[in-house]
Ligand binder design. Structure first.
Ligand code: FES
Length: 149
């Protein structure tokens, strides 16, 4: 992955990803797929006092997807659920000092899986109805550009 166009932060989070793993019996679980490359992302959260107390991810994604998920878990940890829900795909890419244009679609997975996990928690606790969730479990998100791997 030592290619031109990857920031130092992307390389750091790819080589040393934070919060990798699974939380047993999570309060919220999100799983999304990327229709461009077929990669998958799962995010698990533990919630305490309406905050993201713990968060882990597991992905069958590329290096950029790993860096993005690592970063999104760092950004969400300790935030209130409402704040974490506002983290956008672009916020994550910006926080990584950008991604090469052909890799921008990989940044979708992290934020989408996070939002799906929060919505899963909100459904379980009765805050929203399942039909109101914007991120359906396992559903592929909208099309992006091919990453050309
Ligand atoms: S997430 Fe599939 S190529 Fe990046």
């Amino acid at each position: 992955m030592a290619q031109v166009g990857y920031s130092k932060k992307v390389m750091d989070h790819f080589m040393n990803p934070r919060n990798v793993g699974v939380i047993e019996a999570p309060d919220g679980y999100g799983k999304v797929g990327n229709p461009v490359c077929g990669d998958l992302m799962e995010i698990f959260i533990k919630v305490k006092e309406d905050k993201v107390e713990d968060i882990k991810f597991r992905t069958f994604g590329c290096g950029s997807a790993i860096a993005v998920s690592s970063m999104v878990t760092e950004m969400a940890k300790g935030k209130s659920l409402e704040e974490a829900m506002k983290i956008t795909r672009k916020d994550v890419a910006d926080e990584l000092d950008g991604l090469p244009p052909q890799k921008m679609h990989c940044s979708n997975l992290g934020a989408d899986a996070l939002h799906a996990a929060i919505e899963d928690y909100w459904i379980k606790t009765g805050k929203i109805r399942p039909e109101d969730a914007k991120h359906k479990q396992g559903q592929e998100e909208e099309e992006g550009e091919s990453c050309g791997i």
